[in-house]
Design a protein around this ligand. Structure first.
Ligand code: UD1
Ligand code: CA
Length: 481
């Protein structure tokens, strides 16, 4: 028989002022590896494995910014934001969450400034509670300054009490086991205990960390769950701690992808955000940055200095150095760069080639189409197999409105061509070099708008003779003066 899963809610504490950040921005919106700390914590809270029926976020300091973030990133998920009026500590924050916790058996509390926690550690914390009133995550850290110290009974498992750093004497400060902050607590016990908190402490706050001592008074147990990796529990209270956390997460993610079959040429200098997906046998060069919802397939080579945000790169594609791309897709076997710029809405089909100093925007390239050198292709639909010569420009903007350029399949555009949109070129059309295309070109037709060439015989010699004459008269002039 399997035990029924308790009805569970998650509360994220995010109301704190974050004084040590010295910032106008709320602490939980400071970014760790390119994503707000709160975003990392939300991903954990909303993981299906945790099975929470509700996520409650306690806001306070700069709460409008925090609430705007919650909305902007919700993607249809139900999130409850509650305001903690006049924040007075973590226990006080929980009192405001309480009205939203009436229909659950168990509450998981996460701190908005602790972005490194792993899902498995959180699941272990919940499992550790068993029949106890609560379980609390702790770890032994090299430097315990600022953390609450966890004082255990002789059994090494039951928590006697937690003493905040500011309330601790020298002997207690010597304790290395610190409170990570996250707890899993019986909902009925929580409701009862929150009404009994007192602010009789150094900070005159209501501490959530007084819960284990209250459990003891009631003859209940609070148990400790130890994080194997102390770095997971780091709380980020200053910009230095944010940078440290970012670096820890960066390395963790790179090593995870290497374990999954991705090669990283220079670990010290490669940035892959938590939201990115990579396929096996893909190689990342030095200084590569993969951001946001970027998804990269198998056997892709991304060379030095490429920066991709919210892009899709399919199997076997090759990005030469310094490709900058956002909100774009790169088809299987395509080749891009070096030094190409794919702006939002660029869609390169299979085996497309976009070469150096080519900028694209809202441009669709059919299979095998090429723009190998020095071009701007915007608001365009390029048919399969078309070839765009060096220095081709889509003139898509008249200063007010944007217009579209449409090329059929197998179109050939000679070098230094302007395509003045709106304009359509039929299948197999051919445009001579140096042409300014202002009217549609039918399928199979040649368009040329070049002025006829003149050759003026002997012109160079005549010009040289004239210059020599002028110079000589100039010299005489100065002698006579
Ligand atoms: C807290 C713990 C400490 C633990 C450490 C782990 C308490 C009293 N102390 O200390 O034992 O070792 O975290 O990082 O809980 N917050 C609110 N409302 C408030 C105050 C804080 O929502 O009134 C939020 C903050 O936004 C933050 C979290 O709670 O996300 C922790 O608050 P913080 O002030 O950073 O607590 P610490 O002093 O770090
Ligand atoms: Ca903290």
């Amino acid at each position: 028989m399997t035990a029924t899963q308790p009805r569970r809610a998650v509360v994220i504490l995010a109301a704190g002022k974050g004084t040590r950040m010295k910032s106008n921005k709320p602490k939980v919106l400071h970014e760790v590896l390119g994503e707000a700390m709160l975003g990392h914590v939300l991903r954990l809270a909303e993981d299906a494995a945790l099975g929470a029926s509700r996520v409650v976020v306690v806001t306070g300091h700069e709460r409008h910014a925090v609430e705007a973030y919650l909305q902007a990133t919700a993607g249809g998920r139900a999130r409850v934001a509650v305001e903690q009026v006049d924040p007075r500590g973590t226990g006080h924050a929980m009192q405001f969450a309480l009205p939203h916790l009436q229909d659950v058996d168990e509450v998981v509390v996460l701190y908005g400034d602790a972005p490194l926690l792993r899902l498995q550690t959180l699941l272990d914390l919940c499992a550790a509670r068993g029949q106890a009133a609560m379980s609390l995550l702790a770890a032994e850290v090299p430097d315990a300054t600022g953390y609450g110290r966890v004082v255990l009974d002789a059994d090494g498992q039951t928590i006697a009490r937690i003493i905040e750093h500011k309330d601790a004497d020298a002997a207690t400060r010597a304790v290395r086991l610190v409170n990570a902050g996250m707890v899993c607590v019986d909902a009925a016990f929580l409701a009862n205990a929150l009404s009994r908190l007192s602010d009789d402490n150094a900070q005159r706050e209501l501490y959530l960390t007084d819960l284990p001592a209250i459990a003891r008074v009631d003859g209940l147990r609070a148990v400790v769950s130890r994080a194997a990796d102390w770095q997971e529990i780091l709380g980020c209270n200053s910009r230095s701690e944010v940078a440290d956390a970012s670096e820890i997460l960066r390395l963790r993610i790179l090593h995870r992808w290497m374990a999954e079959g991705v090669s990283v040429e220079r670990v010290a200098d490669c940035w892959v955000e938590s939201t990115v997906q990579l396929g096996r046998d893909t190689t990342l060069g030095a200084g590569v940055e993969l951001r946001g919802q970027t998804v990269v397939g198998e056997d892709v080579v991304i060379e030095r200095g490429c920066v991709l945000r919210d892009c899709k790169v399919e199997a076997g594609a090759h990005l030469l150095p310094y490709v900058i791309a956002s909100e774009s897709s790169i088809g299987p076997g395509a080749s891009v760069g070096p030094c190409a710029h794919l702006r939002p809405g660029s869609e390169l089909g299979p085996k497309v080639k976009v070469g150096n100093f080519v900028e694209t925007k809202k441009a669709k390239f059919g299979a095998g189409a090429k723009a190998s050198h020095l071009s701007y292709i915007g608001d365009a639909d390029i048919g399969a197999g078309s070839n765009i010569g060096a220095g081709t420009i889509t003139c898509n903007y008249d200063g007010k409105n944007k217009f579209k350029t449409v090329l059929g399949a197998g179109v050939f555009i000679g070098s230094d061509t302007q395509l003045v949109a709106p304009v359509t070129l039929g299948d197999g059309a051919y445009v001579g070099a140096g042409t300014t295309v202002t009217r549609d070109v039918p399928a199979g037709a040649l368009a040329v708008s070049r002025a006829p060439q003149q050759n003026i015989e002997g012109w160079v010699a005549r010009k040289a003779a004239k210059q020599a004459e002028k110079a000589a008269s100039g010299v005489q002039g100065s002698q006579g003066g």
